[in-house]
Design a protein around this ligand. Sequence first.
Ligand SMILES: [Zn+2]
Length: 372
Amino acid sequence: MAEPALKRSLGDAVGAAEAVVRQAQVVQARVGPPSVTTEQQRVRMSVAAATESLRAVAGQGGRVNGAVGADAESRFRDSSRGFEQPGRVFRTLTTARRHSLEEENDLRRLIVQRNPEARPDAVQPGDYTGPADPRQAPAGSTERLSVDVAGWMGRSVLGDTLAGRFARTPPVVTEDPHRLFRFEGSLSGGMSAAGMYHPGTNHISIDADAMADLPPEARRQTIAHEMLHYAAYLGGGATIRWRDGSGAAVVPKDMEFLHEGATELMSQQLSRTHGSDPGRVAYGAETTVAFYLQQIAGANVLGAAYLGGDFTAVRRAVDAKLGAGAFDGMAATGSGSGALAFMRERMQARGLGAELARWDANPIVRTAGAID
Ligand SMILES: [Zn+2]
């Protein structure tokens, strides 16, 4: 879904800023994500240095595993506590839309600042209007659907502590103009996704253009995906980490693929549990890897690791099944496609091809389309 949105964005409006994105994608196609991550980090650092409110947007893709090294232990412990509530809480659609408009203005300013030749579309405040209460939004609208989807995030999914936090500062979901996503994508070097969770807040933006092309089932799942990002933020899950055999904290880089894959997997399963088959799966390879990990570790263990960020138990289960070093080897690939190839090779090498074939028959794995 990122693709068509991105193609639409490749006009001359944003100019040089988008050339950076195209370049990064070419690099990604040729040599894989590490180079892109480096490019993204560089761009994000410059974005983050720009304005206060942009830091949240810049953190969108960079929120997973920014730190390694000597402070790993303190990072590990800090993340384990998660957040009682986000730093910035929105209570109505009106205040959240004002936040979107503020973000868009900041992004536009930054694009022009960094690329004097660029002429990004003018921001239209009138695009950010609508009722303050999602229950007054039109039937079938993103805002109304989000009320149903928030109801999926109960204690059985999030656990008591996290469900309590989630309920006290429930997510506010606004459907925003595609332009906001285009601006954000061009600056962060990230993909132009259908939705974004604004880190540090309880606000989720959903792309109006992307939603217009989707049936209600896929729209609900997109909303669920972003709400899980928010839940994982509250739980400490945005920093994937584990303890090695000696108990030392490990906070590796390049684990965003696993965070996204688990987010998509859980949102897919939640949707289907509620009788809503999205008919499409984003992050195909990443989601398939998460599904394999879920088969190996169990749904409760993977779910707790995803929401809280501590993958120690998942790592132990993977190594028990696929041999010592298997989890670290999978993680070190730093990408969904790399991790998928790695896990499939290990399964085959251990004589587990028949079990792998059963996993691959799962409807979510089949729809994800990452297996030939
Ligand atoms: Zn996501």
